[in-house]
Design a protein around this ligand. Structure first.
Ligand code: PAF
Length: 281
């Protein structure tokens, strides 16, 4: 596995593969890689001969009072996980290249960035799209692999790639979960033992709602939202940010479940840690 830092070195290293027509697959990450990332990298390795993984904690997607400073960072761990999962190129971009002081032009992700997480994290998806656009331009992958764990991010990036004509296929992979159902996330490391036990109610609530929706009875989405919210706050003792049942097409609220086109997304605080999760119906 080659390790790169400067943009020009990564570009030079990929150029021969591009000339020879080898597919380049790409997994952008913020590091502190876990089994969820490893699954994305393994999928990327099935899709391309060159498998590029980037590790960059993107300051543009963090709000002023968020966890940019304390976000976990560990290059040794990232190198090990990336190599074992089949990465051929691990790239630790320089902040000076990706977020130089004069950076002025950003990607406006539109209305889908103003709902769900976008409501409580204004500017977050603008920061995500701007950096992902830069990463796509630099790596020029044939395919990029993202996780359903960040469903809103995935839907917005797919739309960005389509609307702005990026010649990249955006592939999505199922959320990887701990044995008790908690979605894997680098932020799980922040949880105390007690918070970790309670955090399982985020996924449990979503699974219950999925079971209800799949029971054959027609539920109003408001009822499903209320049921999940009660479990997360009363059993998980969490501070709820939101639970919403929305359309997978445009992330707008639904009145009743549209089978195959519905996302139930939730975010909640366990102590100082904000976790997100979702299921599709
Ligand atoms: O999902 C992430 O880790 C980040 O949002 C991404 C896509 C790497 C952009 O910084």
């Amino acid at each position: 596995m080659l390790v790169h830092r400067e943009v020009h070195r990564l570009r030079d290293a990929l150029a021969p593969s591009r000339r020879e027509g080898c597919a380049i697959s790409f997994v952008p990450t913020m590091g502190y890689l876990h089994d969820g990332h490893a699954a994305l990298i393994r999928r990327a390795a099935q899709l391309g001969r060159r498998v590029v993984v980037s590790v960059f904690v993107n300051p543009l997607q963090f709000g002023p009072n968020e966890d940019y400073e304390r976000y976990p960072r560990d290059e040794e761990r990232d190198s090990r996980v990336a190599r074992e999962a089949g990465a051929t190129d691990l790239w630790f971009p320089d902040a000076a290249d990706l977020t130089p002081p004069g950076l002025m032009i950003c990607v406006d992700p539109g209305p889908m960035a103003r709902v769900l997480c976008g409501k409580s994290r204004p500017g977050h998806f603008r920061g995500v799209c701007t950096i992902v656009a830069k990463l796509f331009h630099i790596v020029q992958p044939n395919v990029a692999v993202f996780g359903w764990k960040d469903a809103q991010q995935l839907v917005i990036i797919r739309k960005m790639a389509a609307d702005l004509d990026f010649p990249v296929r955006v592939e999505a992979l199922e959320t990887v979960r701990e044995p008790d159902g908690l979605a894997m996330s680098s932020r799980n490391t922040y949880l105390s033992a007690d918070e970790r036990q309670r955090a399982v109610w985020l996924s449990r609530a979503l699974f219950e709602v999925r079971d209800m929706a799949e029971s054959g009875r027609e539920w109003r989405c408001r009822v499903l939202e209320k049921h999940a919210a009660a479990l997360i706050t009363q059993r998980g003792l969490a501070r709820l940010d939101y639970v919403r049942v929305v359309s997978l097409d445009d992330l707008q609220p639904l009145r009743t479940v549209a089978p195959g086109k519905t996302l139930v997304a939730a975010a909640a605080w366990f102590g100082r840690t904000r976790l997100i999760d979702n299921v599709r119906l």
